[in-house]
Write a protein that binds this ligand. Sequence first.
Ligand SMILES: *Cc1c(COP(=O)(O)O)cnc(C)c1O
Length: 406
Amino acid sequence: MNFVTHLECANCGKRYEANLVHNLCTACQRPLWVKYDLEALKTKFPKKALLGRPSTMWRYLEMLPIQDPDKIVSLTETTTPILQTKRLAASFGLDNLFVKDESRLPTGSFKSRGMTMAISKANEFGIKKVAVPTAGNAGGAMAAYAARAGMEAYVFMPEDTPAINKKECYLAGAKTFLVNGLITDCGRIVGEGKQIKNWFDVSTLKEPYRIEGKKTMGLELAEQFDWELPDVILYPTGGGTGLIGMWKAFAELEAMGWLKTSKKPKMISCQSEGCAPISTAFEKGERFAPKFENASTIASGIRVPAAVGDFMILDAVRQSGGVALATPEADIPKWMQLAASMEGIALCPETAVCLGALEVLLKRGTIKNTDRILIFNTGASQKYPEAVNEQLSRIDIKKPIDWAQI
Ligand SMILES: *Cc1c(COP(=O)(O)O)cnc(C)c1O
């Protein structure tokens, strides 16, 4: 029993029955939204139901698409902390700069939120074989949850994906393939293999439930901010599920009467200049983003040259009064070091671009110094040893120590 009424194409509005397996809209090849009976939720799921529930994303079960809770495949997706920064905030001249630290989640990134949901739904449907194209962390997360569920997993990733992502997929027993192309090429392979290998395609937004898992970021932060949303959210954007999911969460919470005010955050979609399809489309005033040619960034999670949910990201950003923008690729290590050295918060390279965006938007006046600003640290910095080239001094134990050098 759940409150899902049906699924619905985000583009043409075509309706689909909830309890069947779906990928994209069969009419227009665009993503599907999961729709809920929000009126029923409003009366049957009061806020006080949350009291005493465990601090995991499953505390919002009624707002999630699970039909059979016994089929949930979980590694305990814990509520992630929101860290207030002092020194980092001051360095930008800000009063309130918060970091929601998603690096604490299973497999070290927020991809676990989406994958626990997708694999749980696949488990409900009796699916035994799953495949995914990945820029890195989605593959690692899917491999882990598929292992947990006893499913066969196939992962296709660009050959230059960070080493840790390759290893985590390999260790979790996924059949892992390195592709001499980008995630879009991997996506084509997964699509082509569907008929031949009979696997279920878990690609970002081609599978309707990952977004419902990512939606819990919005539910969770709303509760953590005591149902008064922050003024600005900065989000490193690849496929965009997290940004779209949060925007959906806010709309659902509002319809249920859970939010104290109707004021929503400005949603800021942040990219690197090395791969900036969404910010390019935003600046041109377009709703669909053409493929970004020669995409290249060390922030592998946002190396997504073409996103199927482009229009959903751009709609959410525009509705929120936010912007999409790209910042210099070369600045990524600098921002990672700033956050770590000022706060001890290890930012992933994807999130580093949010600090670049923050600097620009403060100068432009889009963000005010008094705003309550939330940045998503979407993954663990420790998964990216390739992103920083540190120069460390050496000590030769065969020689006397040169204390002047220390
Ligand atoms: C996938 C990923 C992103 C981008 O997330 P989307 O919701 O697909 O835009 C950002 N950061 C990290 C660490 C990721 O793994």
